[in-house]
Design a protein around this ligand. Structure first.
Ligand code: AP5
Length: 220
């Protein structure tokens, strides 16, 4: 069983690592960012409400995202494990997650905090490209597609996210420091936290995370 949270600033590699873990362990990635972007694309009432917060680099209201996660965690594909990517984002969401887990008889085994310095984060996010069809992520310099602007997995078109402009990224990084970074202490006090240095190859970072999930990692 792998019930884990990937914690880290924008661009730390949460989504990249979650997608690889999903394939390896056959468990779903629950990315609140991906769910919200899909709602924005479909112009659902939730998407219309969320868009203005996302475009500003602010957090979408807790009531919206907590509802999304609660609904998602009870689906049958979460019975063998799940990877929370981008949730919780503040102490209120972490407290709400505890209640949801209590109600559903689940628990978190690992909170993996991925750290990367700010300049590297900026360069990662500005170079990020994502496939419109399958969601696979690329980086124009560090992980480029074989054919420019085309996904190597499905041939879909690659695009740049609306909130990946430099001004919005700086705001997202501030929001991370103010609201999300306190969760490092929160989960440290619960002895769930594992720290992973997020610089280096995607494969080396994946091996370290797999070691933690499989119980071979050191507690930090
Ligand atoms: P969300 O989609 O969650 O974005 P984020 O947390 O800001 O994280 P990112 O997706 O930017 O980065 P990542 O860590 O996944 O990095 P990635 O793997 O892509 O949230 C977006 C917005 O939605 C929020 O601002 C908020 O408005 C809203 N939202 C979402 N969840 C919410 C919540 N719980 N509460 C309230 N609001 C919420 O990698 C980045 C790039 O680096 C890629 O190009 C990748 O190829 C490259 N890369 C990855 N690893 C490496 C490596 N080791 N070396 C070199 N390059 C690498």
């Amino acid at each position: 069983m792998c019930n884990c949270i990937l914690l880290g600033p924008p661009g730390a590699g949460k989504g990249t690592q979650a997608k690889i873990l999903t394939k390896r362990f056959g468990i779903p990635q629950i990315s609140t960012g991906d769910i919200l972007r899909a709602a924005v694309k479909e112009q659902t009432p939730m998407g219309i409400q969320a868009k203005k917060f996302m475009d500003e680099g602010a957090l979408v209201p807790d009531s919206v995202v907590i509802g999304i996660v609660e609904e998602r965690l009870v689906k049958p594909d979460c019975s063998s494990g799940f990877i929370l990517d981008g949730f919780p984002r503040n102490v209120e969401q972490a407290d709400a997650l505890k209640q949801v887990l209590l109600r559903t008889g689940k628990s978190i085994e690992h909170v993996i905090s991925i750290s990367v310095d700010k300049e590297e984060l900026l360069s990662r996010i500005t170079g990020r490209r994502t496939c419109r069809s399958c969601g696979k992520g690329y980086h124009i310099a560090f992980d480029p597609p074989e054919v420019p602007d085309r996904c190597g997995e499905c041939g879909g078109e690659l695009y740049q996210r609306d909130d990946d402009r430099e001004e919005t990224i700086r705001k997202r990084l501030e929001v991370y420091e103010e609201q999300t970074a306190p969760l490092i202490t929160y989960y440290g006090q619960e002895s769930l936290l594992r720290n992973v240095q997020g610089t280096g190859s995607i494969e080396d970072i994946q091996s370290e995370i797999v070691g933690i999930v499989e119980g071979k990692g050191r507690n930090t």
